[in-house]
Write a protein that binds this ligand. Structure first.
Ligand SMILES: NC(=O)c1ccc[n+]([C@@H]2O[C@H](COP(=O)([O-])OP(=O)(O)OC[C@H]3O[C@@H](n4cnc5c(N)ncnc54)[C@H](OP(=O)(O)O)[C@@H]3O)[C@@H](O)[C@H]2O)c1
Length: 319
């Protein structure tokens, strides 16, 4: 066996926004090759030189690692089929994110568990940015559990997937900006709460309000954090710098706040902080930016695959 031969990987749902991004990144990966890609309505089309097959025709056995970029609710069945064939699998849908069957693949936090996992549940895009912003504070016992953490987040339109939806037509979203899932009802909330409790020891309330931003890709989150004690900006930055000193995919900006330009097409979360003036009780504002399709989906999935295979963690990824 040639140990330097590329690892064959399969992509389920390769005609969606996330699947296309997986194929794009895998095309530049030094140690992986695409064994197959699947599509439903787009079966027969080509993407990155790969002819997309119907899922029933996918040669799952030919892959060593399978990515599923299928819609949630559809993914679980095909992930189980790949697992039954002994394939190590990274599921990008929400289907296993709360399941003990899978390792939650927030790479910076669960790296050692990802390395030996047979099934990785890739985190959601909003949770990836929010968790990397909140976990260092939670682990330091700095978040006041008697007050709410408030997350106001805005995502580009690719976050909603590629299937046709009237409310996502150009004529509906262009030059507009709106909130959705208002009232703390977004489906990412349980994943956020569970991971913040498990990995960061914070069990207080989170209030999460997403917005639809009329750009193609990128998420910006403004996170309002009630603190147990006052922290000035330099002290807060030092906490993040120490937590992420050795992390190539987390950028802590000193004296600046990130914008989408800091992250699009990159496998990174960018973070910036400010102490909040003119309030009676201590607070921090954390700004987090991420490309929903890269570190928020396909890039992190490849980062996890690299860890699973013992490859350089950032192989094929622009961080
Ligand atoms: N978009 C994001 O920013 C983002 C971020 C993190 C995680 N995710 C998750 O990643 C997954 C993919 O998201 P996406 O935005 O790429 O969605 P999408 O653009 O709607 O793509 C879905 C893919 O699944 C295929 N598909 C749909 N129904 C199918 C069925 N019944 N059987 C077989 N294949 C089917 C589609 O094929 P056709 O198009 O050919 O019909 C397409 O390839 C979702 O679970 C989503 O929650 C998305």
């Amino acid at each position: 066996m040639n140990i330097n031969a590329p690892v064959p990987v399969g992509v389920l749902g390769a005609s969606g926004y996330v699947g296309k991004e997986l194929l794009r990144l895998l095309a530049g990966h030094p140690r992986a090759s695409v064994a197959f890609g699947t599509a439903e309505t787009a079966a027969g089309e080509r993407e990155q030189g790969v002819e997309l097959l119907r899922i029933a025709d996918a040669p799952i056995a030919s892959a060593e690692v399978v990515f599923s970029a299928l819609p949630h609710g559809v993914s679980a069945q095909y992930v189980q089929e790949a697992r039954a064939l002994g394939k190590r699998t990274v599921d990008l849908s929400a289907d296993f994110r709360l399941s003990p069957e899978a390792v939650y693949g927030l790479t910076e936090v669960t790296r050692s568990r990802v390395a030996t996992a047979e099934l990785v549940a890739n985190p959601g895009c909003y949770p990836t940015a929010a968790l990397l912003a909140l976990l260092p504070l939670g682990r330091a016992g700095l978040i006041d559990p008697s007050r709410e953490v408030v997350i106001d987040a805005a995502s580009g339109v690719t976050g909603a997937g590629r299937s046709l939806k009237r409310e996502l037509l150009f004529g509906e979203v262009a030059e507009d900006f709106r909130a959705y899932s208002v009232g703390n009802e977004h489906r990412h909330l349980p994943e956020l709460k569970a991971t913040l409790a498990r990995e960061g020891g914070f069990t207080g309330d989170l209030v999460f309000t997403p917005h639809l931003l009329p750009v193609r890709r990128g998420i910006l989150e403004t996170i309002h954090v009630p603190l147990t004690r006052g922290l000035d900006r330099a002290a807060a930055e030092a906490i993040y710098e120490s937590a992420y000193a050795d992390e190539p995919c987390v950028a802590v900006l000193r004296g600046a706040w990130p914008s989408l330009k800091d992250v699009v097409y990159r496998n990174r979360v960018a973070l910036g902080v400010a102490a909040v003036a003119n309030v009676q009780r201590p607070r921090l504002t954390v700004i987090a930016a991420i490309d929903n399709l890269v570190k928020g989906a396909a890039g992190q999935a490849i980062q996890n695959m690299n860890v699973m295979l013992g490859l350089e963690e950032t192989a094929g990824l622009p961080c």
